[in-house]
Design a protein around this ligand. Structure first.
Ligand code: AG3
Length: 284
């Protein structure tokens, strides 16, 4: 291999993020997308989908801890959780640590993501080792259409809002998600970043707002290998605002060891910079 092989994810025509690559471990194409697994010097194993960084060995913990633990510790009594997407297994790995859950269902559209994670990325692929995880290879959009009052938490762990994931950011999908949730249910979705292509972030937040009648909050986490390093999550709720809910007793009893999330972060992640608050005022 060329000793100076660099991978660059372009954020715009004039800006990007580069990693020097040790080795390309796998390249595969499904009917949905292209997948590459790289081994890199600084961030370890990296999964790309359609040329965009989905996760790296070194910083995946931020995303996976934050997309699961914020909703789980906001909900008074989560029992049944549905994950849409999340084929790499990182989200179900985090959920598996909440041993009191009754069921964990994941609907992932593309089997090559699951297989590659299991083979090359056991640190996330291990999520599937838990017998409680029921993995369904299928279309999450179709899956939620006929569900009613079925889940306490729905986590939308998707790629960016184009290609196979486009429908996961639509208003119709969020309405179906709301119906699939039980009374005090919560939905959380990865919702892009406030620097590049902010229309994606706003489309997702605004569609969720319409479905949840404005009961939506945003929170941030810092992920160096995602565009801008500042990542937004949108959380829709039926009952109490997650920024004001924290299940302290359960948190203390479980004594989980985190690398990013903790009780202070649970509150702090909802504090938004002024320019993000301004963006969020755009109701399109
Ligand atoms: N899903 C969100 C990745 C978004 C990153 N976007 C980008 N690099 N352009 C991550 C899946 C991890 N389970």
């Amino acid at each position: 291999m060329n000793p100076e092989f660099w991978f660059t994810e372009k954020y715009s025509e004039t800006c990007g993020f580069s990693l020097k690559v040790k080795e390309v471990l796998e390249t595969k194409e499904s009917k949905f997308q292209r997948l590459d697994i790289l081994d890199t010097y600084d961030f370890g194993k990296v999964m790309l989908l359609d040329g965009l960084i989905m996760l790296t060995e070194r910083d995946e913990f931020v995303y996976h801890e934050m997309i699961t633990n914020v909703p789980l510790f906001s909900h008074p009594n989560p029992q049944d959780v549905l994950v849409i997407g999340g084929g790499d297994g990182g989200t179900v790995r985090e959920l598996s640590r909440h041993t009191y859950l009754n069921s964990i269902t994941e609907v992932e559209i593309d089997e090559i993501v699951v297989n590659a994670a299991r083979k090359y990325m056991p640190f996330v692929g291990c999520g599937y080792d838990n017998e409680k995880v029921n993995l369904i290879i299928g279309d999450g959009i179709e899956f939620v259409k006929d569900k009613e009052d079925a889940y306490d938490i729905i986590i939308i762990d998707s790629t960016d809002p184009f290609g196979p994931a486009e429908g996961l950011f639509s208003g119709e999908f969020y309405s179906n998600v709301k119906r699939a949730l039980k009374d005090n249910g919560l939905v959380v979705a990865q919702a892009e970043n406030p620097y590049y292509d902010t229309k994606w972030m706003m489309r997702s937040v605004n569609n969720m707002r319409k479905a949840f009648l404005d009961k939506v909050e945003c929170y941030l986490a810092y992920i160096p290998t995602y565009p801008s390093g500042m990542w937004n999550f949108a959380i829709g709720y039926k009952d109490k605002a997650p920024s004001l809910s924290f299940e302290k007793e359960r948190y203390e009893k479980l004594q989980l060891k985190f690398k990013y999330y903790n009780d202070s972060i649970h509150k702090a992640c909802f504090a938004l910079p002024e320019f993000v608050k301004d963006l969020l005022k755009q109701k399109t």
